[in-house]
Design a binder for this molecule. Sequence first.
Ligand code: NAD
Length: 246
Amino acid sequence: MLKGLNAVVTGGSRGIGREIALKLAQNGANIFIPDIVISENTEQTLSDCRALGVQAEAMVCDVSSFEAVKEFCDRMAKEFGGVDILVNNAGITRDGLLGRMSEENFDAVIATNLKGAFNFCRNLYRNFLGRKSGRIINISSVVGLNGNIGQVNYSAAKAGLIGLTKSVAKELAARNVTCNAIAPGFIQTAMTDALTPEVRAQYEASIPLGRLGIPEDIANLALFLCSPSASYITGEVIRCDGGLAM
Ligand code: NAD
């Protein structure tokens, strides 16, 4: 379905990004992973993708740096023939109650989760105009819709990503490029492994489907949004949260 297309999955070394990379690779897309660290996880993801018969490369790139992202995108154009699918997935948390949240932790979360997506959309703008087709998927969060105690920085970034998604969707629609956001609920990854057992149990109790999600739940939705079946969907925010934010 995606044979020969080039997909960039930011922060695709592990967790949700890894699963999206694998799902797109299973469907024929070549995978390119900009990540702040190239670790054993990255190498594992690359070899798992290559075993599916596609090209897979990773490059060190801090998504919060406009210059680093520009360098990555220039390389994509020169060495690999550009980008068809962009998944802005890289994200961090620096949780804390408002009364204790430092300026540094606010800025760091905005820089990675929100500005990182801008950096990629901006540096791939001409790429997408020239291709006259393309898919952009931004990984937001249900807390960007509903807010969350202890996550003023993260929910602001994820809400900002929704505004960015809709504006990019409007600007690029005439070029047949769609831009959508996925709003995951609580998904089992290193990010949620950090939760205490009590908090985790509280979350589970609040999810109508009665379980935390798995990365593949998000990857299935990302694949759908990249597929021809989703060609008439743009500017949409789709929750994938077991009913949490209903
Ligand atoms: P994770 O921590 O397992 O993986 C994040 C990846 O992003 C890592 O590979 C990390 O190295 C990379 N990364 C971090 N900062 C980066 C930077 N500055 N530049 C480049 N790469 C960077 O996280 P995850 O749980 O897989 O989350 C993936 C995305 O899904 C994030 O945007 C997160 O906010 C979002 N999300 C996660 C959940 C959840 O419950 N896990 C829920 C809602 C949304």
